[in-house]
Design a protein around this ligand. Sequence first.
Ligand code: CAA
Length: 383
Amino acid sequence: MNFSLTPSQLEIQTRARQFAREEVAPLARQADETGVFPLHLVKRMGELGFLAGTIDPAYGGSGMDYLSYTLISEELGWADSSVRGFLAVHGSLVSLCINDWGTEAQKQRYLPRLASGEMIGCYCLTEPNAGSDAASLETTATPDGDGYVLNGEKIWITNGGLAHLAIVFATLDRAKRHKGICAFLVETASPGFIRQPMPGKELGHRAADHAHIRFENLRVPKSALLGAEGEGFKVAMSALDHGRLGVAAGAVGVAQACLDACVDFARTRRQFGKRIGDFQMIQAVIADMAAEIEAARMLVYKAAWMKEQGLPTTRQTSMAKLYATEIAVKAASEAVLLHGGRGYSSQYPVERHYRDIKGLQIYEGTSHIQRIVIARDVIGKES
Ligand code: CAA
């Protein structure tokens, strides 16, 4: 067992940290307040090789290992969850999914453009009546000549208003539950692809783009199928295995940002004639935070390592997402409290982390769903 990063992993971590701290973090507060995603960062992430990290260079990717890709998510999570969330959807749910399931023609058509940022991707699974129970989705795919016609609606689609390409999940026959679902690659300029921003104001991720999308008699050719007919649910779940790892790494980044802010504050803020970091109650909070972050990071890195070995990672990824998001929620809450009145103001980033982190606990499968995935794997099927 070797816990050291390789020279190449260290180089990517350094590059990602520099980008996150110098180019992403300074924009985070303004992006949060205006609700406008800093779109120029997409092209920058393309130039830096982050958008399609593990994808083969033959398709425009950087060919890095999964741990390196995870390190990028951690660094971006430290700076801004809206930007890290963009990458989880674009890079993992979309690009890695096409990489796993796409035909040669689909890979050649889309992966290089997704890698450079020329195209933006979104992943259309969630519906008004199908959130955690993804197999109950209602969007229909009706065979028609040499293609299909899609009708239905999706909600909470991250990058949905910006995307050029959508992976859309639709059913041929609802009675078949997951066995009736197909995945389609849909170009968002297609007639019948209708999108608008989600109503209301989100608690966090305020710079992220979240759309409500409708498909009205949207025609796709047979060549738009991603995977075989009826394989769409597996396509969706395998994409989530990639995406959840990025969310878990992002949560470690958020928790680390909270710890760093607390350490700075504990060293400089003086009350009762000494640094607040010299009080044992503050020390206990910081010690727990540091220990929990270290444990979460190890779960995340192990899942990335297992992915690299080609091992099944569903259980490990869900454990990483569950634990990392839960401890990050706790870290953000403690960080706000430790900063007192300052933690309650947008002048200090912990206020934004406290709002953002609830999103990580919900999207790409809530903590309840991660527990279901883990428990089913631990207990196993009845023989
Ligand atoms: N990889 C590949 N195949 C998988 C799989 C995986 N990780 N997980 C399950 N499958 C397969 C199973 O093997 C099974 O196949 P067979 O029929 O051949 O046996 C099939 O899929 C059905 O599996 P289940 O019986 O476990 O299905 P289920 O209906 O009980 O659901 C669930 C399981 C884990 C609860 C699933 O519905 C789930 O993950 N729900 C949460 C959905 C979710 O995360 N939504 C987030 C959307 S994306 C987002 O939030 C971000 C955004 O912006 C787009």
